[in-house]
Design a protein around this ligand. Structure first.
Ligand SMILES: [Ca+2]
Length: 483
């Protein structure tokens, strides 16, 4: 049996030796050189439609749009979770959050004290034994940087990015008025410059555009002038924040051009969960995800569908789009395939490499993707799970086991629940979801025997998130229809 150490040695040997093309991605006609670099820009809480090339008329995102025009824009790209930390875990490990029991953000859940389900204790760190992308790429000669938000650690030093394969770690940069976006970008450009002669993996995870919303007066003024009565996206402060992260993308792309690295760099842009489309602190809602329903913290499309762009010169056709559903669990196996790294056979990966989609050479083997969010979210989301197979998506709500079924092809806004019209399809998808939960060992919340439906969810209303206000939210009313 191959031990992990043997595997790492083997992987490093193969990927580092040009004389062993079978280990590499050689042989593709006109392909980019083996061992491309990876730049992964992750925005915090940016919605699917917060980018002009995804339909926004309010936000200006010329750099992200340019990236899309040079690469592939996924219309059905998903985060594996409607909140932060679990999606980050899925990117860095290729695993569904349910498998690791890291199903909620770290750490601040406000569970109602009177609810049908008892609070569920989730994993409060990414387990140190997880083999992250940075660790998997290291034996192939990659140097890795984690710049910005990590959000996967406990107090244990073993859970910090430096202990998870990242050679360069920058968690804070002082004195920046844009939630550190420009400072993180400075550091990212520095890293790229310093690493230009070897393969690198840059994971640039901005704190922006997360609340609290803040922008400079000139940017706020600029976006105030762009407000139109018929446009549900109308938050000028958030507009300034979106512009700052767009500038970051532009500066990074320019640095890659200047250093002659763009042609051999896979550049990914995405967000970790949907936009904040409901009240959550001052100056919110941040955005509207319309035509998608709801936003961050919800299993409706607004909470999980993301801007998802991959630029890979010489391989990805410029200006292409892809509507195959893909998930953040797919990056790990994709990057490993691109880098020519086989991966540790002991490391379970839930995702599937999307290289066939990037090459427009075929489809994926799997036919469904899954979500498991057994928590109440600060945005009014209810504990549930979801499965998407083809155009159909089923959401199961764990409080009462009701299911909603939507055909996203005809009904991207999830307005017409087909569960009663299509009982066979609903039952089959529900079974798929249950089978998947069992297969990954998902944790389910228990019933609360003390639940009193006549009492409010929070005995102290002030403890309730904004979106709950004083009464139990009706999920169907929780999305902002552009008022
Ligand atoms: Ca987030």
């Amino acid at each position: 049996m191959t031990t992990r150490r043997d595997f790492l040695r083997l992987a490093g040997f193969c990927a580092g030796a040009a004389a062993l093309p079978s280990c590499m991605r050689a042989g593709r006609a006109g392909a980019a050189p083996a061992q491309p670099n990876f730049v992964f820009v992750l925005i915090d809480d940016m919605g699917w439609r917060d980018v002009a090339c995804y339909g926004s008329r309010f936000f200006e995102t010329p750099s992200i749009d340019r990236l899309a025009s040079q690469g592939m824009r996924f219309t059905d790209g998903y985060a594996a979770c409607p909140v932060c930390s679990p999606t980050r875990l899925s990117i860095l490990t290729g695993k569904y959050p349910a498998r690791v029991h890291l199903t909620n953000f770290l750490v601040g859940q406000r569970w109602p004290d009177n609810s049908p389900l008892r609070p569920l204790q989730w994993r409060l760190e990414m387990p140190p034994e997880e083999l992250t992308l940075a660790e998997a790429l290291r034996p192939a000669g990659y140097v890795s940087a984690c710049i910005g938000k990590w959000h996967l650690n406990s107090k244990s030093p073993a859970t910090q990015p430096g202990a998870q394969g990242f050679d360069v770690v920058v968690g804070q940069v002082p004195n920046h008025t844009d939630k550190q976006a420009s400072g993180f970008t400075d550091k990212a450009v520095e890293f790229v410059r310093a690493s230009q002669h070897r393969p690198f993996f840059l994971y640039l995870a901005h704190h922006s555009v997360h609340i609290p919303l803040e922008a400079t007066p000139d940017l706020i003024e600029k976006y105030q002038k762009r407000i139109r009565p018929d446009d549900p996206q109308n938050n000028p402060t958030y507009g300034g924040m979106v512009e700052c992260v767009d500038k970051s993308v532009g500066r990074l792309a320019a640095a890659l051009d200047e250093l002659g690295l763009a042609e051999r760099t896979v550049f990914v842009f995405m967000s970790d969960n949907g936009g904040v489309s409901m009240k959550e602190g001052p100056k919110t809602p941040a955005t509207s995800n319309l035509p998608l329903r709801a936003g961050k913290g919800h299993l409706y499309e607004g909470g999980i569908r993301e801007p998802w762009i991959v630029r890979w010169p010489g391989v990805v056709k410029p200006g292409s789009t892809c509507d195959v559903p893909v998930s953040s669990v797919d990056f790990y196996p994709t990057f490993l395939e691109v880098a020519g790294v086989r991966g540790d056979p002991d490391h379970v990966v839930d995702g599937e490499s999307i290289v066939p989609l990037l090459e427009q050479a075929g489809g994926l083997k799997r036919d469904a993707i899954f979500w498991h969010y057994p928590h109440y979210s600060n945005q009014g989301g209810l504990p549930g799970g979801a499965v998407r197979r083809g155009d159909l998506k089923l959401i199961e709500f764990y409080e009462d086991n009701r299911a909603e079924l939507y055909n996203l092809r005809d009904d991207i806004g999830e307005q017409k629940n087909l569960a009663e019209n299509m009982p066979d399809k609903a039952a089959a998808l529900r079974q798929r979801l249950h089978d998947w939960r069992k297969a990954v060992g998902a944790q389910m919340p228990e019933r609360n025997p003390n639940y009193d439906p006549l009492k409010p969810p929070y005995s102290n209303p002030k403890a309730a998130p904004d979106s709950w206000q004083s009464s139990r939210p009706n999920a169907s009313e929780l999305y902002v229809w552009g008022e």
